[in-house]
Design a protein around this ligand. Sequence first.
Ligand SMILES: Nc1nc2c(ncn2[C@@H]2O[C@H](COP(=O)(O)OP(=O)(O)O)[C@@H](O)[C@H]2O)c(=O)[nH]1
Ligand SMILES: [Mg+2]
Length: 248
Amino acid sequence: MSQSDNTELLSQVRNGDRQALAKAITVIENTGLPFEINESAGAQVIGITGAPGVGKSTTVDALIKLLRERNFSVAVLAVDPSSPISGGALLGDRIRLTDHFTDSKVFIRSLATRGHLGGLSASTKAVLQLVKTAKFDFIIVETVGVGQSEVEVMRVVDTVLVVLAPGMGDGIQASKAGLLEIGDIYLVNKSDREGADQTAQDISRSIEMSPPKTVAGKPWIPPVLLGAMQNGTGVVELMDGIERHRNG
Ligand SMILES: Nc1nc2c(ncn2[C@@H]2O[C@H](COP(=O)(O)OP(=O)(O)O)[C@@H](O)[C@H]2O)c(=O)[nH]1
Ligand SMILES: [Mg+2]
């Protein structure tokens, strides 16, 4: 693609053309060339991370549903080598429901995990910068919180949501993975299962020992929420927490 092709494509992305956005992401994935973008976005970027299987994609699905009910637009970038978005039943349904070029309010994209930009975090950051120009109200980035590059991606989002589940990714595991330092909000998902309260207590105790956080200069104590995203239980409280974190 020539420079002028790229300029044209980028202006289509800025004008809300979702096909152009999909194409531009593919350009980044295939060529490794980020677009020249200088503007910053109005979108709130939510990063969701946590061990495989805790319910991150299910949480994304519940958030999409809620955001659409509130008439917000949302873009989702899924960086999860262990469960490609097309393989997840819930998000698969969601894609089938919304994969119309006429519904420009939801955009879901699974990202290739091996790019040309020197790894996962570089290509994800380049794609995120692009999506930010496309004027969504919210952008959600789902990564598996196991490696340094995923933690790096979480450093460039506005609000980091760490998802845990009883019996999986308990306090000690989460702490080893560096998750207890990066969370702005913690969600203990699968509260319909035994042990969720205990997990929430463990996490609360562990984050008390983490370095203090601030939002807009004010101290921020990361809330530890309980929920069962499969049934949508707790999703309103989760969204409240996300909005409070933006507003401080
Ligand atoms: N019992 C229960 N299972 C859930 C809940 N949320 C998700 N799951 C299940 O947990 C599994 C993993 O969910 P998924 O969202 O793919 O996890 P991810 O790997 O973190 O993205 C799936 O079988 C979900 O149906 C919940 O609230 N309760
Ligand atoms: Mg997933």
